[in-house]
Design a protein around this ligand. Structure first.
Ligand code: ADP
Ligand code: NI
Length: 219
C-alpha cells in the first residue's frame, strides 16, 4: 500500500473518532499538530514520515480523558494499523509513541523513552498547548470543567502525580499556566521546537502578567 493511501485511512479513522469532541482535543487540534510535525520533520531527516504522521493523527484517540475504555481504543488502533498494512514493528513503534508521549504520562514513573518520531509528535502536541492557541485552549478546557478563572488564595501545585493533575477540584485556569504551560518550553526535544517555544512563552508570560495587573485594578 502507498504511504498516501495508508495515511488517508488513518486520517479517516481519526475524523470518525474525534469529530464529536468538545474538550479542545478536536480535529482542529489534530490538524495543527500535523502541520507542526511537518514543519519539525524538515529539520529531522532521520525520522520516518509515515510513523510520525500516523502517531500525530492517532495520539489523542486513546486518551483516557476522551475514551472510557482505553484498552478497547488501543485494540481499535491496532486493528486499523493492521488493515492499513503496517508491519508489526511499525505498529509497535506507533503504539509505544501514543502510549508514552502525553504530559500526564510524563508525571508517571512507568513511561518508556520515545524514538525520534515520538519526540517530534510530543513537541508538536506541546507547541499546540502554549502561546496564543495554548491560552485559548486552557480557557476553553477550564470553562468546560467548571474551573474558576483565577483565585489568588489558591497556590499552584508545584509537583503532581498524574492522578493529582487530573483532579480539577480547586484548579484555576491561571494556575494551569504554572502547573503545566510555563514548563513546556524547557521540555521541548528538538532545536526547532525549542526556538518556537521561546516566542510562545513570551506571549503567555505577557498574558498572565497583564491579567494579574488588570485583576489588581492597574492599568
Ligand atoms: P496531555 O494530553 O498531554 O496529558 P492534557 O490532555 O491534559 O495533556 O491537555 C490538553 C489541553 O487541555 C491542553 O491545551 C492543556 O493545557 C489543557 N488543560 C489540561 N488540563 C487543564 C486544566 N486543568 N485547566 C485548563 N486547561 C487544561
Ligand atoms: Ni494532543
Amino acid at each position: 500500500m502507498e504511504t498516501t493511501e495508508q495515511l488517508a485511512l488513518i486520517q479517516d479513522y481519526t475524523v470518525q473518532q474525534l469529530s464529536g469532541d468538545k474538550s479542545g482535543h478536536g480535529l482542529d487540534h489534530i490538524h495543527r499538530v500535523v502541520t507542526n510535525v511537518k514543519m519539525l520533520l524538515a529539520d529531522e531527516p532521520s525520522a520516518s514520515y509515515l510513523i510520525t504522521l500516523t502517531a500525530a493523527y492517532l495520539h489523542d484517540v486513546i486518551d483516557d480523558k476522551l475514551v472510557s475504555d482505553v484498552e478497547a481504543a488501543r485494540q481499535g488502533v491496532i486493528e486499523l494499523l493492521t488493515q492499513a498494512a503496517f508491519s508489526q514493528p511499525q505498529i509497535n513503534t506507533v503504539m509505544l509513541i501514543i502510549d508514552n508521549m502525553s504530559f500526564s504520562k510524563s508525571l508517571t514513573t512507568d513511561r518508556q523513552p520515545l524514538p525520534i518520531e515520538g519526540l517530534i509528535v510530543q513537541d508538536a502536541d506541546r507547541l499546540d498547548a502554549i502561546g496564543a492557541i495554548g491560552i485559548a485552549r486552557a480557557i476553553y478546557y477550564g470553562g468546560k470543567h467548571g474551573e474558576k478563572i483565577y483565585d489568588p488564595t489558591v497556590k499552584p501545585r508545584t509537583s503532581m502525580t498524574k492522578a493529582e493533575y487530573r483532579n480539577l477540584a480547586n484548579e484555576t485556569i491561571i494556575n494551569h499556566f504554572y502547573e503545566k504551560l510555563f514548563k513546556l518550553a524547557d521540555q521541548m526535544n528538538t532545536p526547532a521546537a525549542k526556538r518556537i517555544a521561546q516566542a510562545r512563552q513570551k506571549v503567555m508570560s505577557q498574558f498572565v502578567n497583564d491579567f494579574k495587573s488588570e485583576w489588581n485594578g492597574m492599568a
